[in-house]
Design a protein around this ligand. Structure first.
Ligand code: NDP
Ligand code: MG
Length: 366
């Protein structure tokens, strides 16, 4: 029996790489649904590429297209937290979720993972660091995991001076040295907010307390994360920087399938470098880490929504690259501890909505 796959966000970077993996494994998968947000032309092309019978624009179609389709596995390749409700509904139905979208887990991971657990579903990470942790934890009881250490490339501007950072353009910030990604995540990688969001993502995907999570800079992006066990043994997962590897892992799980990716070339010498993030160098990462340690879901929702608003303003040339941190911080300070913890997914969406309104006001005054 072929697995029935839905690709949510089929026109983006992860969506297109998912299509590569699906096309390389035609005997395993039948793509039943692809979605995009607005880009109809690209969506038609994406549907044709994977032979999808149904396609839908999420900006126009209500949620029912997802809930009415028989799906075994949904790849969540959409960007941003606009997809929270959809991911939650899929989790409630017990559908296997291959999750690339980190914003939904940062904001609503608690309810999404609980809904999936209750319905007997499965959530398999696609984000490369979390895929690495997931793979390293296999065959080990999680109680023996003392620490999860996520690796970070250090961003495109690792070696920039503060004066150089001031002049960073949108073009520079959307071109990552090791990975080819969508605009929002490229900017997040450059500010290192991405690593902060990923620590929070790990907190929920692996149900692990904040003090057991950390990050290390690793410019080569070959080791995708470490798990430190209670006996001081450390496992790592190594692969070339190609998202098709974690996508194929999630689609094929528990089997290993053709990812189309190039393997690591052991015939040539190579070095791997690791060092802790320098204090003061990555203020967005530090903001996110403080929110992680505070361990309040409401503040995580605020952080995520404020960051989306700030990055979007930067991409629209309304603020500079170094202003992103200031905007996020201002919104955070405004809303910090303002909301009580949400009781359900509607509560999450309400905090998200109110934060965006506040961020808009702050950006207009900027
Ligand atoms: P892209 O910007 O390349 O693609 C985004 C996709 O989502 C497009 O198909 C877009 O449709 C769709 N979309 C945009 N807004 C919405 C919305 N509100 N509701 C539903 N769909 C929407 O992003 P990426 O592929 O780079 O990233 C996708 C997710 O995966 C992000 O959360 C990112 O953090 C995560 N991720 C990405 C990695 C990468 O290498 N790219 C690595 C690890 C994680 P349309 O074309 O119509 O706008
Ligand atoms: Mg990642």
């Amino acid at each position: 029996m072929k697995r029935r796959v839905a690709v949510i966000g089929a026109t983006g970077s992860i969506g297109r790489q998912t299509a590569d993996v699906l096309a390389a494994n035609p005997d395993r998968f039948e793509t039943v649904l692809v979605t995009a947000h607005e880009n109809e032309k690209e969506l038609e092309r994406a549907a044709a590429r994977v032979g999808a019978k149904k396609w839908a624009l999420t900006s126009k179609t209500p949620l029912s297209v997802l809930t009415d389709t028989d799906i075994d596995i949904a790849v969540i390749a959409a960007s941003g937290s606009g997809i929270i409700r959809e991911v939650y509904e899929l989790a409630k139905r017990g559908i296997t979720i291959a999750i690339a979208n980190k914003e939904s887990i940062v904001a609503a991971g608690k309810f999404i993972t609980a809904a999936s657990k209750e319905s007997g579903g499965l959530i398999i990470p696609v984000d490369s660091e979390h895929s690495a942790v997931f793979q390293c934890l296999k065959g080990n009881e999680q109680k023996y995991a003392a620490k999860l250490i996520l690796t970070a490339s250090g961003g495109a501007f690792r070696s920039f001076t503060p004066a150089e950072l001031k002049k960073v353009t949108v073009k520079q910030a959307t071109e990552h040295p090791n990975w080819k990604m969508g605009k929002k995540i490229s900017v997040d990688s450059a500010t290192m907010m991405n690593k902060g969001l990923e620590l929070i993502e790990a907190r929920y995907l692996f149900d692990i307390p904040p003090d057991k999570l950390d990050a290390v800079i690793h410019p080569e992006s070959m080791v995708h994360s470490f798990v430190v066990f209670t006996d001081s043994s450390v496992l790592a997962q190594i692969a070339s920087a190609d998202m098709r590897i974690p996508i194929a892992y999630a689609l094929g799980y528990p089997e290993r399938i053709n990812s189309c990716a190039k393997g690591v070339d052991f015939s040539l010498p190579f070095n791997l470098t690791f060092y802790p993030p320098e204090k003061g160098k990555y203020p967005c990462f530090e903001l996110a880490k403080a929110v992680l340690i505070g361990d309040r879901q409401a503040d995580m929702i605020v952080l995520n929504a404020a960051n989306e608003a700030a990055v979007s303003a930067f991409l629209d040339n309304k603020i500079g690259f170094i202003d992103i941190k200031g905007v996020v911080e201002k919104v955070l300070n405004n809303e910090y501890n303002l909301y009580s913890e949400p009781n359900d997914i509607d509560g999450v969406l309400e905090i998200d909505r109110r934060t965006r309104t506040r961020a808009k006001e702050i950006l207009e005054k900027n």
